[in-house]
Design a binder for this molecule. Structure first.
Ligand code: SAM
Ligand code: SF4
Ligand code: F3S
Length: 471
């Protein structure tokens, strides 16, 4: 459980805070909030800002539903399964409302930003008190006040505001921090709901990002993850445009031992300037998450991805010519409407050629309002599931072989936590390689040298180099 936030968000005025607190603490001294974020790291990062607003208002955070006075679901809409899960949980949560008449239920995030959601929730889940979209994050305290003042269903899925900078996050992790560099997406890939629920691209000013990173490093954070739906178009919308590569170089110059990672890079905007910056950076992770989605030019065109397989492979070649070990991961969608066996073979060929360190694979999910949802799909679901299994089997083979190259080498690893194996720790090196090794939990949050002794299909195994020297 976490105490109240002493760095109070500038997004909440003193007058508003006092008004909310007059209701909050009218008959209690402690008011607990449970925040559950689903979906991608950007959503989790929004959730940290929501937690910051709540603690700034006087709430105490709790990990459990049972003792919460406010439960907030920060939702994801990227696939149908993500939405089904939230509706399932909402159904179960009704019982807590019966037990605790004070309980406030809040639904926000990407799913809440879809046009039809608010009305659906109001009619099917009338016990939900507040709904707000990704555009209305900083207006949440206002909605809370409206709820206390007696409004039955306080809802705001309106215009995007510019108040983000004033909101101080309450971070979930003690030494890994997410820093959004931009919001929204302009790409409109035909399968994807994100541009509809997150609006157009809006970059944060470089000074504000640099200040946040400097403070995090000073506070002892060891991994900084820069976030955006397509970080490669960062800065194009600013009054004084600046490239993402230039932002990365400035972050790389901040003193201290830490690693900078970023997600996601659209291949159509991956410039040689960016690739050279990653290759020459001191603190920049030697890894690129470069979502390809599919290995067929015909399907890529239908997805509106705006690159071909050949163009994608040119980026891979550029990196691997300069560093044969350069680590690559990707996102792949299996079963885009009417994907043929030949299209799918294209994906398998691409995966074989690139030799990814890891794949994030998804079966296509139809999203209402997107272009691809209009296509009549003739590929049976069973066929899609079978293709997914074939893809995963191929990746298992590749990864084990691929990781063998590390055996005998020493990796500098940030220890992230205890592994599921008793007595073992796990961490990641600069290239995002997962390492498992025996060690004491006191090393969590530190950088250590690990000598690799074996390879598996998702990680390498090793021993602490320091202990080896002693023995
Ligand atoms: N902006 C990032 C990019 O373009 O790489 C991706 C963001 S999206 C939240 C994460 C991944 O979800 C995508 O790369 C894609 O593979 C997958 N995805 C998006 N829409 C999907 C859909 N309708 N069905 C299945 N997977 C989907
Ligand atoms: Fe979705 Fe494409 Fe934007 Fe990524 S780039 S968020 S896949 S529309
Ligand atoms: Fe992320 Fe899901 Fe929204 S993946 S941007 S939380 S739709």
């Amino acid at each position: 459980m976490e105490r109240q936030n002493d760095r109070v968000s500038a997004a909440v005025s003193d007058a508003l805070r006092r008004q909310i607190q007059s209701y909050l603490f009218a008959d209690r001294t402690v008011v607990r909030a449970h925040v559950h974020s689903f979906g991608c790291q950007l959503n989790v990062s929004d959730g940290e800002r929501i937690r910051g607003m709540l603690t700034g208002l006087g709430f105490t955070l709790t990990d459990s539903y049972e003792d919460a006075d406010l439960i907030l679901f920060n939702t994801c809409a990227v696939r149908e399964s993500a939405e089904d899960r939230v509706y399932g949980i909402l159904g179960n949560i009704k019982q807590y409302k019966t037990k605790n008449p004070h309980l406030i239920l809040v639904l926000c995030g990407c799913m809440a930003s879809e046009e039809h959601t608010a009305e659906f929730v109001r009619t099917h889940y009338p016990f939900v008190d507040i709904v707000f979209g990704t555009a209305s994050l900083s207006r949440f305290p206002q909605l809370l006040l409206e709820h206390f003042q007696g409004k039955k269903f306080a809802c705001d899925i309106g215009e995007y505001d510019a108040m983000y900078e004033g909101i101080v996050p309450s971070r979930e992790h003690p030494f890994k921090a997410a820093v959004p560099v931009m919001f929204g997406c302009n790409n409109f890939c035909t399968y994807c709901i994100v541009p509809y629920v997150r609006g157009r691209e809006r970059s944060r000013k470089p000074e504000q990002i640099l200040e946040e990173v400097r403070q995090l490093v000073q506070d002892g954070y060891k991994e900084i993850m820069l976030l955006g739906q397509n970080v490669n178009s960062y800065g194009k919308d600013l009054e004084e445009p600046v490239s993402f590569a230039s932002l990365l170089r400035q972050i790389d110059e901040i003193p201290g031992e830490f690693v900078v990672r970023f997600l996601s890079s659209h291949p159509k905007d991956a410039t040689p300037e960016l690739l050279d910056t990653i290759l020459s950076g001191e603190k920049i992770g030697r890894h690129l998450h470069l979502p390809v989605q599919c290995g067929s030019d015909a399907v890529l065109a239908q997805m509106n991805r705006r690159y071909t397989v050949t163009q994608y492979l040119e980026i891979v070649e550029y990196l691997r010519q300069r560093d044969p070990d350069f680590s690559l991961t990707t996102d792949l969608i299996v079963g885009f409407p009417n994907e043929s066996e030949a299209d799918f073979q294209g994906t398998l060929d691409l995966v074989r050629r690139v030799q990814y360190d890891n794949l994030y694979t998804f079966i296509y999910s139809k999203r209402r309002g997107t272009k691809a949802a209009e296509i009549v799909d003739h590929t049976p679901d069973a066929e899609k599931r079978q293709r997914m299994e074939r893809l995963l089997a191929l990746q298992r083979e590749i990864a084990t072989e691929h990781y063998k190259r590390f055996v005998g080498r020493t990796l500098r690893v940030l220890v992230e936590g205890e592994s599921k194996r008793k007595g073992y720790l796990m961490g990641k090196d600069k290239a995002f390689i997962i390492a498992e090794f025996p060690g004491d939990p006191s090393l969590i949050g530190q950088f250590v040298d690990v000598r690799v002794t074996d390879a598996r299909n998702w990680a390498v195994e090793g021993v602490l180099a320091a202990e080896e020297e002693l023995s």
